[in-house]
Design a protein around this ligand. Sequence first.
Ligand code: ZN
Length: 82
Amino acid sequence: MTNGERSLYNRYQQRRKDNGVTNTQTVVNTKPACDFGCGETAEYDGMTKMGPWAYMCQSCFNVNGTGELGLGKGQRLVVKEA
Ligand SMILES: [Zn+2]
């Protein structure tokens, strides 16, 4: 997949979200810090394997997340565009 194709794909995914088709993304003004204290910026707000929800960076999500996104599972954080 080229960068151009990826950009189009991302836009398509965003449109799906805007239409309420999926609940895998949430729009935020700024991404918060990862709740696991690793010093990274969070990329996900989702359920952890332990149960509680947390803001997680990519690597903490890989380790501690359920690996699933969607309503009641988790969302990927997307910074609101000006
Ligand atoms: Zn982290």
